[in-house]
Structure formats: C-alpha cells, structure tokens
Design a protein around this ligand. Structure first.
Ligand code: ARG
Length: 412
C-alpha cells in the first residue's frame, strides 16, 4: 500500500532535511518537498536535489518572485507596513505565499497534510499554521521541530544516520531568513540586546563607514501606489526591489536593530537588512504626503498600524486584511508620480517628488510674489477655530477655587 502524502515547505537546511525521514518514520507519510523562490539567494536546483537525496518522493521548486512582489509586498508597501514602527515584515509576508503554494501542491498530489520546519517558539509556526488552515481547513498541519526534542547535535547525528548530506562548513551561530523584502538575523551574540551587532551578521549591506564617498540617487516611479519604474526605466516590481537591494546595500542603507515583541509573547532581538523596503516605504510616504489630504493621511496611519500587526500575527488570509486592503486601495488612486531618493553612508533621504495630482500649489505656499492666499481671511478663521480654547481659558480653573465675585468671563 502506498503511504499517504505530506507536503513539506523545504528550505534545504538541516531542520527541514531531517524532517523528511522523520515524517516517514514517525508519521508514516511520504514527503513531497516544495521550495518557493521568493528571492532568497540559494541554488534552487541544489535544494531540489538535496530534498530527493534526503528521501523525498518528489521535490517541486516554484519561482514565485513576481507573485510575492505583486500580491504580498505591493499591498504591504501601499500600507507602509512597519511592525512596531521599524520592521517591514519581510519574513512574515512570505509565509502566507509559501502556505498557498503548499496547499496548491497538496491538492494536486492528494496529500493529507502539510508540514513546515518551524519550532514552537517563533512567529513563523503561527503564520504557516494559520495560512494553510485558513485556505484548506481540512488539511492537517505537522511541525516536526515542534514535536521532536532534538537539539542541533542530535539533528546532525540523525541526518548522518539517514544518509543526509550535512554541510560541515555551516557553523554560523546565526539563524537567517531571506527574501526580496529583507534578510533577518537572530541568535548567537545578538541574543544579548545590550551588545551592538558585530559587522559579521550583515550579509546584504556594507557598513555605512565603508560605503562610497559619493552619494547615489534612485528615482522611483509610482502608479496607484505601486512602483513601476526605476530611473525612468519601466520594470517589474520584483526587479525594482532587487535592484534597490543591491544599490541600497552598497550604500549601507536598511540596517534595523529591533527589540521585537513576538506573537507568542517572547521579546526577541532581531537584526534586519531591508534596503529596498526602507527606500520604497520612505519614497511611497513622500508621494502620499504630496497627493493626499491631511485627514486621509492621518486616518490611514492607524490602518497601517493595524495592517502591520495583522501581517505579523499571521492573519494574511483574513476578512480584516481584505477590508483594510479595500480602504488602502481607495486611498491610492492618485498616488502616481516620481520620487528621488539620495543614498549616502547608510541613509536614504527623499530629496524630490512630483505628481500630476500634487496638492502642493505654489500660489498658495509661496512667500514671494504671486501669493494667492487671502491673508485677510486668517483672522476670522482663527477667531472661530480658537473659540473653544478661549472659552475654556476664560472660565478658569477648578470650580472650588472660584468665588462668587468672579467677574463674568469675556468670551467674545
Ligand atoms: N522575527 C522575524 C519575524 O517574525 C524573523 C523571523 C525569522 N524566521 C526564521 N525562520 N529565521 O518575522
């Protein structure tokens, strides 16, 4: 009898490689490995071959870079998503996409379960579990690393006993995750939040001190809040992201040191490198500042915060995210134009912006000749606008301290 199948999110690392024979031996399942290309710099053919060498009955590789950029990163950018004000949720955004691929393959293969390599302490387990069950509530989710009690040394021994190739060179104390929207680093010395991250944790960005002495400029073209060109050349969004990661990285842009509040209640210290995300979020905000009225910007900020929390918490496939997307989408119809960003020694600064929908009217803003603002109207406006403040001040302090002889407040 052929065993039932499980579809495993496979990275090629030690945990997910060990999971292949473990799922066979402990759960009696044949493993179909799925590796999704979200822009991580790994050799996917080698990963596929390693899945088979580790005992998978089949191994799929999907190039999802455009899908990731267009369907996950772009909505997050339109919402200027930064969890706790600093983290562009790069890892968190890729999980629902990978979950969707797992479910697709599970359906095609007639699998009974999906599996992932996350431990029981992190956010990613929450995101994988919620996004797969959110799409396919009938599929079981198995997280081998949540069940087994192996430490790294045990895993290496288990791998060797099962003929899985273990790369001896992989002695890095850090745990990393990479995709188009950013690179995350945790563990090792970073677990002491009082200590500055050593230079060796960075993989995408030069130290600002070693960045070029001449600044670089990037001109980003937006349509409806989504980047469509770089330096006047139209390009697919995922290519714009990749190009800005390279350019920003060269100039030391996008390093983030975050004392982060995990979904599972743990505080953790995370270092991120997100050059493109840093540049694009600043540029997008700058364009919004030009074309959106103050009340829309103000209300949108509260939506953005909620959006960030929801993505971080693994609730991508949820009615709330769809409703927030509808709101954000309605704010983006005029977010068209170009933004110039200057990259220099670790900083990315917006230095210019233009839009056909600009609300900036030089006739109103100027202090020079050509001023069209009707200054004489200001005094009347301030009289009405300030009436509550004047009434409050005139009535005075706590009632107990007032005497009946107090003169009547002069209100007008
Ligand atoms: N703390 C970050 C997040 O929750 C990064 C997680 C990195 N994940 C990993 N498997 N290394 O999004």
């Amino acid at each position: 009898m052929v065993p039932p199948k499980v579809v495993l999110a496979y990275s090629g690392g030690l945990d997910t490689s060990v999971a292949i024979p473990w799922l066979r031996e402990e759960k009696g399942l044949d493993v179909v490995a799925v590796t999704v290309d979200v822009g991580q710099p790994v050799d996917l053919e080698r990963v596929r071959a390693k899945a088979i060498a580790s005992g998978a009955v089949a191994a799929h590789v999907a190039d999802a870079r455009a899908e990731f950029a267009d369907e996950f990163v772009a909505p997050a950018l339109r919402a200027n998503v930064l969890y706790e004000g600093v983290y562009p949720v790069s890892t968190a955004l890729a999980r629902p996409l990978i979950g969707r691929h797992l479910v697709r393959v599970a359906r095609a293969e007639g699998a009974v379960a999906v599996a992932h390599g996350c431990t029981g302490k992190g956010n990613d387990q929450v995101r994988f579990d919620l996004s797969t069950t959110g799409l396919a509530p009938d599929l079981k989710v198995i997280a081998p690393a949540r069940e087994w009690s192996m430490h790294r040394d045990d895993e290496i021994a288990y791998a060797q006993a099962h003929g899985i190739p273990v790369e001896a060179t992989r002695t890095s104390p850090y745990s990393t995750d990479e995709n188009l929207w950013g690179r995350s680093v945790e563990c090792g010395i970073l677990e002491d939040p009082a200590i500055e991250p050593p230079e060796e944790v960075y993989g995408w960005t030069r130290s600002p001190a070693a960045a070029p002495d001449a600044p670089a400029y990037a001109k980003i073209g937006f349509e409806a809040g989504t980047p469509v060109s770089l330096d006047d050349r139209p390009a697919p969004f995922h290519e714009i992201i990749a190009a800005l990661n390279r350019l920003g990285g060269l100039h030391g842009v996008g390093r983030i040191d975050h004392l982060e509040s995990r979904v599972v209640g743990i505080k953790s210290r995370e270092v991120y490198e997100c050059p493109a995300a840093s540049i694009l979020i600043d540029a997008h905000r700058a364009l919004e500042a030009l074309v959106l009225p103050r009340d829309v910007l103000d209300f949108k900020r509260s939506v953005e915060q909620r959006y960030a929390g929801l993505v971080y918490d693994g609730l991508w496939f949820s009615p709330l995210r769809e409703a927030l997307d509808a709101f954000v989408g309605a704010t983006q119809t005029r977010v068209d134009g170009e933004v110039s960003v200057k990259l220099f020694k670790g900083a990315a600064r917006v230095v210019g912006r233009r839009s056909p929908y600009s609300l900036y009217q030089s006739g109103l803003a100027t202090y020079s000749t050509g001023d069209q603002f009707r200054r004489e109207m200001a005094e009347g406006f301030i009289y009405v606008w300030g009436l509550p403040a004047r009434t409050w001040a005139a009535v005075g302090g706590p009632a107990a301290s007032r005497t009946t002889e107090s003169p009547p407040a002069k209100l007008a």
